[in-house]
Write a protein that binds this ligand. Structure first.
Ligand code: UN1
Length: 491
């Protein structure tokens, strides 16, 4: 199967396009061939999106929302199929595949509701017989660049608020996971969304991403991916005065206090550290543990980790799937070597798994380090794999200090049964998301998603906050006094 672009409501012909294979990380099987689009393809998509946008912006928002209700309905109907495609191309276990599709469905219905809200403000004027209000106005054509670890959810966080607000978009999915985008193009088509509102352009960041960033008619770029690429997107987008919304790395920690329910903490750590094979921006990769419960936590974790089954995520009994590709496998393994050299104690894992039916996939053993120094590289840098570092502390203040000592600020968590501890922590943890008595993953779509410091640049995905990325505030003054009234002077 060849995956071609969806532009202006039509599937592009193959022409003389180049393609690269899409492979299943669980077994190396080729699933499809994806187009490597060119700047010309991007130009076509932008032109289609621009042409559609003026008309789309004039469709009443509740009517725009009707398309989202339909998209949500179709996704719900196709949920199992979409989840299977997702698991095959990305590798996460099928239960998580279903969860991610559900996240997209939730986003569709939630944002559809915004069609009847999109609240602005009315406010008194300082002058008599004058009315003042502010409304959200669409911006125009927006460019969405999404990563492979959440091939559908993140795209819905960005595209659904964009369209309900009256924008049109072009979306460049990651080359590793284009099949979900292809499936979503079919969903958009089936929902009858007007031609040019939703456009999908496959290809590399260097060619397609760059063309989107450089194109004068793309007014917003919303990017989720690595900090290194995000920085470059912001620099280049900044030159064109684009609004650039970035969602980047994390180095998220679970804090386990001495009064914590340790059994619950172990479950939270396992789920958030090893779920999705650690390939979530929100994944737990540090455990900051009070010295009085460190040994007990280590031993509980080791016992629980023995239950983690590894293999092809299509197998319902498997808990941990493969990582995305060989390059990721090498990166993870390299960090494990760094950890050893830094003097951390490797308790379990630390190896590439390639025995038996794991032979053709990209599998890494769930890995636990202890006695990790807070400033060491494995405690500071994003690994994006199933590797956790235990760091010992002696107090809540120290735990918070260690949590905040990284350049990222996405998610954090604390396990404690003390209300004072919990309230102090939620205030002082410097991350965009804080969990109490749960791991670092599991954000819900109606709350803002994003982080502080090196994780982002002040914007948020999902929640009502996402509308801020895709709208411009317009302030409107209506003077019905019949005379010229000068603000700041005539009152
Ligand atoms: C990501 O890892 O980039 O909170 C997104 C979570 C998911 C989304 C993660 N709902 O873990």
């Amino acid at each position: 199967m060849q995956l071609n672009n969806y532009i202006g409501g039509k599937w592009q012909d193959a022409g003389d396009a180049k393609y690269v294979p899409v492979t299943n990380p669980a077994n190396g099987e080729e699933l499809a061939q994806v187009r490597l689009s060119t700047k010309e393809d991007v130009n076509l998509a932008v032109a289609a999106a621009k042409k559609a946008q003026k008309k789309w912006a004039l469709v009443p928002a509740p009517k725009r929302a009707d398309y989202l209700y339909e998209i949500g309905r179709i996704m719900k109907e196709k949920k199992e199929h979409l989840a299977q495609v997702l698991t095959k191309e990305m590798g996460k276990v099928i239960e998580e595949g279903r969860g991610e599709v559900q996240e997209g469905i939730d986003m569709a219905f939630y944002m559809a509701g915004e069609g009847r809200r999109l609240f602005g403000e009315t406010t008194p004027s300082e002058l008599a017989d004058k009315f003042a209000m502010s409304v959200r106005a669409p911006i125009g054509v927006v460019g969405l660049i999404t990563p492979w670890n959440f091939p559908v959810a993140i795209a819905t966080w960005k595209s659904f608020p964009a369209i309900v607000a009256g924008n049109t978009f072009l979306w460049k999915p990651a080359t590793e996971t284009p099949m979900m985008a292809y499936e979503m193009a079919k969903v958009f088509e089936e929902a009858g969304i007007p031609a040019g509102v939703a456009n999908i352009v496959f290809g590399s960041g260097s060619e397609v991403g760059t063309a989107m960033i450089e194109h004068p008619d793309v007014k917003v770029i919303s990017f989720t991916g690595s900090t290194e690429t995000g920085r470059s997107v912001a620099e280049r987008g900044g030159r064109h005065l684009k609004k650039v919304s970035l969602e980047m790395g994390g180095k998220n920690a679970v804090i386990v206090m001495d009064d914590a329910d340790l059994g619950l903490a172990v479950e939270g750590i396992l789920w958030s550290a090893f779920g999705t094979a650690g390939q979530r921006c929100t994944a737990c990769s540090r455990v900051i543990v009070h010295k009085d419960v460190k040994e007990e936590l280590e031993s509980l974790l080791l016992t629980a980790m023995e239950q983690l089954t590894i293999g092809d995520g299509m197998d319902e009994t498997v808990k941990i799937g493969p990582v995305i590709n060989k390059k990721a496998l090498e990166k993870i393994h390299n960090y494990v070597q760094i950890g050893k050299e830094e003097g951390a104690t490797l308790l379990v894992g630390g190896e590439i798994l390639a025995e038996g039916n794991l032979a053709n996939g990209n599998y890494y053993a769930p890995t636990l380090f202890t006695n990790v120094e807070r400033d060491s590289r494995i405690a500071q840098e994003e690994i994006f794999g199933p590797v956790v570092s235990l760091i010992e502390v002696s107090s809540l203040d120290e735990a918070i200090e260690v949590n905040n000592s990284v350049t990222f600020g996405l998610s954090s968590s604390i396990f404690s049964r003390d209300v004072n501890t919990v309230f102090k922590a939620q205030r002082d943890l410097d991350t965009g998301i804080v969990y109490v008595n749960a791991g670092t993953t599991g954000a819900e779509i109606h709350l803002p998603f994003g982080g502080t410091k090196g994780t982002g640049n002040g914007h948020r995905d999902s929640g009502v906050a996402a509308l801020d990325v895709y709208t411009e505030w317009k302030s409107i003054y209506i003077d019905f006094s019949g005379k010229l009234q000068r603000a700041q002077i005539d009152n």
